[in-house]
Design a protein around this ligand. Structure first.
Ligand SMILES: Cc1cc2nc3c(=O)[nH]c(=O)nc-3n(C[C@H](O)[C@H](O)[C@H](O)COP(=O)(O)O)c2cc1C
Length: 201
């Protein structure tokens, strides 16, 4: 099943194609593909080039995958158990340049996950990010140091048919996608004042 973004204007085809499925086939993700996905993450920009992102990767069948799945909330476990790859994102709270708290580390980690997302699509795979996890539990299981914070989880793999999912997830998989309009998001002159892209300047 495809659920491309119903964009008003042409955008990058990979961004148009991307959505967050919950159904994944059992097909494995090859190591060279995974290596390229994390190579993309390495090259994300970050504040002062601190690169506060860290990742923990599990392949279905290994101990890491089991521990990531165990860290997810029940709702997410129910579908993420299909995914051949589960990843945790972790951020360094302390700037490696100043040794003081890095106020923007979560933004930087999110940006590197956006890079992962783009490379995942380039590889013909799909990704579903999750905030629904017990981050303290994950930190304990993986012995994450105090200076670091577990942030999100990701399921990566080959998209499967909705029918691989249980119960209500099938309907959710087939549901429409919606977005705020550009007018609600992009402003000029004052916050809330929609930017006008049609005016000749
Ligand atoms: C940071 C983040 C956390 C998310 N947490 C969850 C989650 O815990 N469980 C889930 O099923 N989906 C989760 N999602 C997926 C979003 O619900 C999804 O991206 C959003 O509805 C837009 O749909 P689309 O990605 O298909 O465009 C999360 C997405 C992001 C970016």
């Amino acid at each position: 099943m495809e659920k491309p973004a119903l964009t008003n204007l042409d955008i990058n085809p990979l961004l148009k194609k991307r959505w967050s499925p919950r159904s994944f086939t059992s097909q494995k993700v090859e190591n060279d593909v995974l290596a390229r996905i994390f190579e993309a993450a390495r090259w994300a920009p970050s504040s002062s080039n601190i690169q506060p992102w860290r990742f923990i990767v599990g392949r279905k069948g290994d101990k890491t995958w089991d521990m990531i799945l165990e860290s997810l909330v029940d709702f997410n476990q129910k579908w993420a158990k299909l995914a051949p790859v589960l990843v945790l994102s972790v951020g360094n709270k302390i700037s490696s340049k100043t040794n003081k708290p890095n106020k923007i580390f979560q933004y930087d980690v999110g940006q590197s996950v956006a890079y992962i997302t783009f490379q995942v699509m380039q590889e013909g795979l799909f990704i579903h990010q999750m905030g629904g996890l017990n981050t303290e539990k994950a930190a304990k299981l993986f012995q994450v140091p105090e200076d670091y914070q577990v942030l999100t989880a990701m399921a990566i793999g080959h998209k499967g048919e909705p029918e691989l999912l249980e119960g209500d997830f099938v309907k959710m998989e087939k549901s429409d996608r919606d977005r705020l309009t550009a007018a609600e998001l992009v402003f000029e002159e004052a916050f809330g004042n929609s930017a006008d892209f049609s005016a000749i300047r």
